[in-house]
Design a protein around this ligand. Sequence first.
Ligand SMILES: NC(=O)c1ccc[n+]([C@@H]2O[C@H](COP(=O)([O-])OP(=O)(O)OC[C@H]3O[C@@H](n4cnc5c(N)ncnc54)[C@H](OP(=O)(O)O)[C@@H]3O)[C@@H](O)[C@H]2O)c1
Length: 224
Amino acid sequence: MMTVEVTLKLASSMDGKIALSNGDSQWITSSESRSRVHHMRANADAVFVGIGTVMADDPLLTARLVPMPDRQPVRIVADSRLRIDRDSRLLRSISSGRVIVATAVADGMEADSIKATGAEVWDCGDGAGTASVSPARLIAHCRAEGLSKIFLEGGGKLAASFILAGLVDRIEWFRAPLMIGGDGQSAIAALGLQHLSSAPKWQAVSTERIGPDLLETYIRLKSV
Ligand SMILES: NC(=O)c1ccc[n+]([C@@H]2O[C@H](COP(=O)([O-])OP(=O)(O)OC[C@H]3O[C@@H](n4cnc5c(N)ncnc54)[C@H](OP(=O)(O)O)[C@@H]3O)[C@@H](O)[C@H]2O)c1
């Protein structure tokens, strides 16, 4: 069976925040770091974000390099209830590459209105009737479509659910030398841990200076 590898990208302040409490997040890291992110996107088969990020930032999620890459990653938004704005930049940029809305309600008029934009709608409910996109179902869909290199760009809630599901293999953490403080939004939302021993664990494999920022790379330590 094809292996799917998920890389989580975080672009945070020194204290691990990805946005102010009012949602302002552009730009925490430097232009040099953002340029590296575009290279990482270009090397991925698919880029994932949560609907919270689409609503806050209206991102394009394309790899914008000079010259432009021959191929763009498939752009996938986890949007359980199909809240995506039909006028969002994602849905208006299908000509730049495939856009997929992964949802728990893949049938009906709302799904049809998204398909009318040219985007695809994937049924990624967990089958148990819960309202959220199942990370495992989303990865299974990617595997079935031959998408093996996944670049997960957040935000904090989607990142937390992939970490809890044990589906993040690698972290590329861009850390800018500024402080946001405890009222900012955490890079990883609540994990609901009761014991430190059950905290997901990582091994640091490299550190690199990128302009004023640090890029720390971690791989997951698999539990035995
Ligand atoms: N600096 C960075 O690296 C970076 C990167 C990305 C985002 N951000 C910032 O992060 C903020 C948005 O983060 P966020 O945490 O609010 O939103 P998010 O993680 O982008 O999206 C969360 C939403 O995704 C949907 N979702 C679907 N399946 C899910 C699942 N299995 N687990 C979790 N969520 C799932 C849920 O809405 P439904 O239930 O309606 O589906 C959930 O509310 C923005 O301020 C943005 O600017 C920063």
